[in-house]
Design a protein around this ligand. Structure first.
Ligand code: ADP
Length: 413
């Protein structure tokens, strides 16, 4: 008999949720509550091809969770909350505590609270979501699926920064990496595709947030994001890696505080900072009309991606099974993909099949996703990511283990 599972992705002022029927893994409804904490908050519900939009002042995450449950009941997606057998939460930071998903108990919640100092924008909303669900449904297993977990296999020489060692020991300053659920999904898909566990991959997750991972023998060996998601590639609104001296210099020059500069590095930099536009579709349209800053931003993004691919190609000793593009830009930006491949093809012996690259959006449902030619040294692929599926799978498996064993700490593989 099928059971219902709820997946929650809480942001600082938003809450996304989806209700699934398992084992069919069928989505019944999804919703998006925005502007929490604001009198003009609103939300949308999508189900059976329909879209409902509502306005209501939702002042905190507890109220958002109550609104979500009321909608699930009012629209008869559930008859009683007891139908929900497990709740999965996307949690941004698991620090060094977690290398896989876990059932949330008191200790896990305290660790997530402790990690708020590393991601102050993300964790408060996530914690509020977990605590609200716990107060309403105390007996239903809640599972934390961490963005950092998959990257915990990185060797020390790849995750340490060359800073005083005590900063690592006493303050946890090291590279953690993010988008781990997406990188794990792609790795598992590639393990099925190549029919082996020990795949070597370079995975480019290029969306509004962007990161590249180097997968060696099926495990994360290196990744572009760092202590926080600000590091690495140029992104929609984030700067990516910069010379850290810029912070002190610009604080003095423009009379800004460190907090103000950090906020600008996260929210007003990247493609937006260069060209005034962070949505890649709009940026491409501007570039095609001859806007020089838009053209510059796209070239900078291309180079930033190509440099990480080149670094990881070397880290893998050239032994790569596939270079994979995923997420909003990676899956859809045909010209950017082609420009990236052009800039690295002669160095790496890879060759793009222009026809496959142009038509991948049309064919990706029914073909393998390969966009390189047969003579290419290794495969270049486009694979749609599915983080939600991974969160659901972990939540289902861990909730089943709780049910059968009474209590279980981590996901048993
Ligand atoms: P996130 O999940 O980090 O919000 P997404 O993975 O949804 O990001 O990616 C969003 C980005 O993908 C946006 O910059 C958007 O413009 C871009 N994108 C979506 N569709 C296309 C498309 N058809 N062509 C180019 N870029 C696209």
């Amino acid at each position: 008999m099928s059971e219902k599972y709820l997946i929650i992705n809480a942001g600082s002022s938003s809450l996304k949720f989806s209700l699934y029927e398992v084992p069919e893994m069928k989505e019944i409804v999804n919703g998006y509550i925005e502007k929490i904490g604001n009198v003009d908050s609103f939300y949308t519900l999508k189900f059976n091809g329909k879209k409902l939009e509502k306005r209501k002042a939702i002042m905190d995450h507890t109220e958002a969770v109550r609104t979500m449950l009321e909608e699930l009941l009012d629209n008869q997606f559930i008859v009683d909350v007891s139908e929900i057998k497990g709740i999965g939460h996307r949690v941004v930071h698991g620090g060094e505590f977690y290398s896989q998903s876990v059932v949330i108990d008191e200790e896990v919640l305290n660790n997530i609270k402790d990690l708020t100092k590393l991601v102050p924008l993300h964790h408060p909303g996530e914690i509020a979501g977990i605590e609200s669900m716990k107060s309403i449904m105390p007996d239903v297993p809640q599972v934390a699926v961490f963005d950092t977990a998959f990257h915990q296999t990185m060797p020390r020489e790849n995750y340490m920064y060359a800073l005083p060692y005590s900063w690592y020991e006493e303050n946890g300053v090291r590279k953690y990496g993010f988008h781990g659920t997406s990188h794990r999904y792609i790795t598992e898909e590639m393990q099925k595709y190549f029919n082996k566990k020990d795949v070597n991959l370079i995975i480019c997750h290029i969306g509004s947030g962007a990161s590249i991972s180097c997968i060696k023998d099926g495990e994360c060996y290196d990744t572009s994001m760092g202590l926080t998601p600000l590091d690495g590639l140029i992104m929609g609104t984030r700067s990516g890696s910069i010379d850290s001296s810029i912070i002190e210099y610009i604080c003095k020059e423009r009379s800004l505080t460190v907090e103000e500069v950090t906020s600008i590095l996260n929210k007003k930099s990247g493609l937006l900072g260069i060209a005034g536009q962070n949505d890649f579709r709009d940026l491409e349209a501007l570039a095609n009309k001859g806007d020089e800053k838009a053209q510059l931003a796209i070239k900078m993004l291309r180079n930033s991606i190509a440099k990480f691919i080149a670094q990881y190609y070397v880290e893998l000793g050239g032994q790569v099974d596939a270079l994979v593009f995923t997420a909003g830009i990676g899956e859809n930006a045909i010209t950017l993909r082609s420009d990236i491949i052009k800039s690295i093809s002669s160095a790496m012996g890879i060759e793009l099949d222009a026809d496959a690259n142009n038509n991948i959006a049309r064919f990706k449902e029914i073909q393998s996703g390969v966009i390189s030619t047969l003579s290419s040294k290794f495969k270049v692929m486009v694979i749609p990511t599915n983080e939600e599926y991974m969160i659901l799978k972990d939540t289902f498996e861990l909730s089943q283990q709780v049910k059968s064993k009474g209590q279980s700490k981590v996901l048993k593989k």
